[in-house]
Write a protein that binds this ligand. Sequence first.
Ligand SMILES: *Cc1c(COP(=O)(O)O)cnc(C)c1O
Length: 470
Amino acid sequence: MTNDPLRQAYDADTFRTTGHALIDELADWLASSQTPAPDTPVVDYREPADTYTFWQEQLQQADAPLWQNVLQQSMNVHHPRYMGHQISPPLPVAALAGLVSDLLNNGMAVYEMGMAGTATERVVIETVARALGFSDRAGGFLTSGGTLANLTALLAARAHRAPHGVWQEGSREPLALLVSEQAHYCVDRAARIMGWGEAGVVKVPCNEHYAMRTELLESQYQAAQAAGRTVIAVVGSACTTATGSFDDLLAIADFCEKYKLWFHVDGAHGAPLALSPEYRHRVAGLERADSVAMDFHKMLLTPSIITALFYKEHRASYATFQQRANYLMEGEAEDDWSNLARRTFECTKLMAGFKVYTILQQYGTSLWTEYVTRVCRLGETFSQLIAEHPDFELLLPAQCNIVCFRHLRPESPATALNEHNRRLRRRLLEEGRFYIVQTEVDNKVWLRTTITNPFTTADDLRALLAYLPA
Ligand SMILES: *Cc1c(COP(=O)(O)O)cnc(C)c1O
């Protein structure tokens, strides 16, 4: 072999050998994750300083079992007792597609730097938009996370609904949006990034199910306008991150029509419920939104990060970063779908569409329907188990696969219950038999689960309830 270190590092035969060995190792790991032995943890938790020291030392050991170590020291989302944050166990075929796109490294800022990546992205967007209920006028693109998708959508809202051309002239008047007080913090952050300040986010109070009280939209809108704010958009949550609550999108759509406001749906987690006949009703009205953000990595079985930003009118997406006035009127740019950087934040971009395309080509949307239905049913099953259990309190009946609850000790005052549940969650993390998270709602600490693994069973859920206080 050559002495050139770069030639050696790029050697195709080395890639072949290590690649085959790696696939074997990953396949074994996947099999043992899916039907784990009783002592196989979901997470082998270590303190940050320990992990840091470990990896610092490993750096000096060229023959360290790198793959093994990283598998062992990572969260195992393929374990049926992983029920924590909203992350899919990715389909193996999507991970393989990721390997292909990583090696190709097509940057996609302009069409020729990713022909297949750009075209597959469009096919994915159009196919999924139709499946969600949009007409064939809809379009959009993929971007890097729900956070960025929401910001991009709100920039589009501003381009279309602000009374002045902020992009050219800068801000002239204070703008605002309406959103539920339970919305993901990134909506608040987006408004502040745009310079709207705290008063630019009008928080609409929620009902007992933590959904927006849409009957208050009118008075909140009037109050903001009277205070000198120009309201240009309403953001619906489908669903909220903390509690999995769905806003009434039909009511928001009606309200937006009345005042010609931009209607954006943060469907990062819950928009895929539209793909399930059993749960579609939760997102009724989604197709009336001007824009919808939806993560593929939360409910649609892809690796992170892949987020779609859909526009009801695909042409609307070109105004977001328009550099010149009357961009759309010129007719020139409206079909420039193949140069994605015109509409996205990113310049260089992941070939994310190819991973989704691979799933669609292999399984069609029906696999997603099966998955979404299954994990939402499991959410309902878990929610019932908790409701029937005398030692646990259910926050609200599950509307999808997110379930919040807490362990009760009847003799404890409320503040001690918070500490108690925090301790249970911490112990669970350290022991690693299950993985769940926690959230705070109304000053109470709740244990929070997202049932994201389709192979989690009702027995796993019963086992969690039995294990928690033991
Ligand atoms: C997860 C989530 C986000 C953030 O999405 P990322 O892909 O993590 O950036 C935004 N909104 C809601 C409702 C979410 O659940």
